[in-house]
Design a protein around this ligand. Sequence first.
Ligand code: SF4
Length: 362
Amino acid sequence: MIKGLYVHIPFCRSICGYCDFAKCRYEKVLADRYLYHLKKEIDEIPQDSFLSIYIGGGTPTALSAEQLEELLQMLSRFKVEKEYTIEINPETFDLEKAQLLEKYGVNRASIGIQSFNEQLLAHMGRTHHNIDVHNTFRALDKVGIDNRSIDLMYGFHNQTLAELLADLEKAVRMNITHISIYDLEVYPQTPFGIAGYQPVDDETDFLMYQTIIDFLNSHSFYQYEVSNFALTTHQSVHNMLYWRYEDYLGVGLGASGKVKNMRYDNTRNFMDYIHDKYRKTEYHLTMKDQRFEAVMMNLRLLQGINIREYDYRFETGLLALYHDAIEKNINKKLLEIVDGYLRVTAKGLFVLNDILVDFMDQ
Ligand code: SF4
């Protein structure tokens, strides 16, 4: 059984300056058409239960209440064994939508806050306010969805370390179980990229990341992945599937999936999608690809790679296969082997991409 299903809803009420996701402005008529074709893609799924379903975007809550119910209804043919998550933008959420989530068994909310600093939110191009966050939490309280993650961001050139700390202090006082915090990346085709936006310099960025790790770990939000922190036992079930390199399906505009030795990407072209030309590429993963991709994903977890499991799964010996890359980075104190796991050190966490280049070259 494939354990994870990702469902992409590409609509947003406004477009953020940094955003590189497959998305477009919400229009009711477009959303109606999209849902019609999404259902066709969902109906082709040849299994009826998942460990985890994750509805992301875009902004799933940009849909009207009727459309949200239509979406939840089409997914209701699947039994969800553990985690059923939806991404929420505070500006498009209310009690009526919260009640729908509860009615259809959604048990986890991932709320896009990004910052509590309203000037910084405006700088990002986001249009929600802190009062919307407050109201979102009240609505979730009323329906009893208390497994909540929030997204925060850092690395904006007008964001100070003190402002970042103020965001973290507010975050840990909220009724949440999980925090994802992302470093700003500027992609060329985004509004920021087109405007030549410069994020903070590398030194400040490093300092910000170190501050986040120290602060959250000392406030019971334990880092378990490069950008993710959770109260004990509240790691994201869905994202762990990706990082453990398990199989998953993705449906909707721009979604991706991996099934055994095949990876696919859906089209990001809206017109193609609503003409049922979902699939853009399918890529056959060689054994070499799979071995490397598993390393790449597993090393994002602080726990690292279970060497025995890896060897069994890929019919190889990890330590011999990547001998030079491992030895080089152990000598540089960027990797270590502890209790049968190969993992990044605290120092290695800051240069994971450089470490992976050594693995790729082998
Ligand atoms: S960051 Fe989220 S809310 Fe903003 S444009 Fe992208 S998908 Fe939409």
